[in-house]
Design a protein around this ligand. Structure first.
Ligand code: G3P
Ligand code: MG
Length: 412
């Protein structure tokens, strides 16, 4: 379901969707680009092409910078060639992650050139005054990201387990861990008093879940509930007269996943399961409970992140705003230098299913060309046939930059 046309499926899953319409806001401009913009009269003009770099498997492996990542990014900054970082990762606020990456890669970076999997959630204003459930990430870091996005009432599965340990019998040994960061619930779970019981208006999976058992149990309870009220069961469930056999037809909270990646490149030599693995596990449990596709039941959800159109649209807007700042800075320095519009973006990634598919299938609303470049330092095994064919396959990120700049030189 999530694999259909991205913008509408970004929020709308089917004709009777319950998802909101997303009104894109202009990004705030920032004025500290001088740090990495060459403005002297001899510095190169900002060209009509730019880059979007994936992070895991391209710039870093787990937390270690890849050998030529610094060289690639600092070269681009020396040539005033704009770039953004576009990752399906997350779990920390953009400002924190940018700070870390900047130090690791020894390249000045800032949030105006940075898109994480959950960054677009910041625009979902309609849930900011409602109680939402945020799943995934270390401890309750993702809750704090959501709060910095402006969500006022954010709970985690850990809060629920700490308040009601019987909700999932198999994480009792983790209670001390959860107690270290959980918070009291805004309302208790009161099966006999649903009007005063805890109610969830939306569920967001911000990052790779750590405790799949607890998280799947809590999501199952919500998806079968009446109107997202914990401890209740919807009477519409399993009604063959209703669409989707009545499942998710009783005001249950919409489900937002930020990252579809089944596999990603971490420290281990073989790819590891990602948020997509968790979603597949949930879908499996949901199908076992509801009868699944063979009974005409699906798990209605919204999945964003690469390769989906809406995430690339979000990233393209971010890149354009960032580039416009650089252009303004440069023109301040050299009024005579007029900079043309951006025509081409090189999407450099290690994962054919997200980076390359996204770069190949993205339809830029501004008619910009996106060119996919696959590196061999992450998920993709060099020499194997990638699921989605890139425009170019290279060794690592520095090879990707050299190849693209070479292509551009040939166009001159
Ligand atoms: O959890 C992160 C992973 O799915 C991939 O991240 O940077 O390769 O898009 P990235
Ligand atoms: Mg990657």
């Amino acid at each position: 379901m999530a694999l259909q046309s991205p913008i509408l499926s970004f929020l709308r899953l089917s004709s009777h969707s319950r998802s909101p319409i997303l009104q894109f806001r202009p990004f705030l401009t920032r004025n500290h680009h001088r740090r990495h913009l060459q403005t002297s009269s001899t510095s190169p003009p900002i060209p009509d092409y730019a880059f979007a770099f994936d992070i895991d498997g391209v710039l870093v492996r787990s937390s270690d910078p890849l050998p030529r990542a610094h060289k690639a990014l600092s070269y681009l900054q020396s040539q005033n060639i704009p770039f953004i970082l576009l990752t399906n990762g997350g779990g920390k606020h953009e400002s924190e992650r940018v700070e870390e990456l900047s130090k690791k890669l020894k390249v000045p970076l800032d949030t105006s050139m940075f898109v994480q999997s959950h960054t677009p959630f910041e625009e979902l204003d309609e849930y900011k005054d409602k109680t939402i459930l945020v799943v995934g990430g270390d401890e309750d870091k993702c809750r704090r990201v959501a709060e910095r996005y402006g969500f006022k009432s954010v709970i985690t599965p850990g809060d629920i387990l700490t308040a009601h340990p019987s909700i999932w019998p198999f994480s009792q040994q983790f209670l001390p861990y959860y107690a270290s960061f959980s918070r009291p619930l805004p309302r208790p779970i009161l099966p006999n008093d649903p009007t005063n019981s805890l109610q969830i208006s939306a569920v967001f999976i911000y990052n790779d879940p750590r405790d799949w058992g607890l998280d799947i149990q809590v999501l199952k309870d919500l998806l079968l509930s009446r109107a997202g009220i914990f401890g209740t069961l919807s009477s519409k469930n399993n009604n063959p007269e209703l669409p989707n056999r009545g499942f998710q037809r009783d005001g249950q909270p919409p489900l937002f996943f930020s990252n579809p990646d089944l596999l990603w490149a971490a420290a281990y030599h073989l790819p590891r399961l990602g948020q997509g693995g968790f979603r597949e596990a949930l879908e499996g449990v949901w199908a076992a409970i509801t009868g699944g596709p063979r009974m005409g039941v699906e798990l209605e959800k919204t999945v964003i992140g690469k390769p989906f159109q809406a995430t690339f649209e979000f990233a393209e807007r971010k890149l354009l705003t960032h580039r416009a700042d650089l252009v303004r800075e440069q023109e301040l320095g050299r009024a005579e230098q007029k900079v043309g519009r951006l025509k081409r973006v090189y999407m450099v990634g290690d994962n054919p299913a997200s980076d390359i598919r996204g770069g190949n299938t993205f339809k830029s609303p501004r008619g910009m060309e996106w060119v996919s470049v696959l590196v061999g330092t992450g998920v993709h095994v060099p020499g194997s046939e990638p699921e989605w064919a890139p425009r170019a396959e290279v060794g690592d990120v520095w090879d990707a930059v050299r190849w693209a700049v070479g292509e551009e030189k040939m166009k001159m």
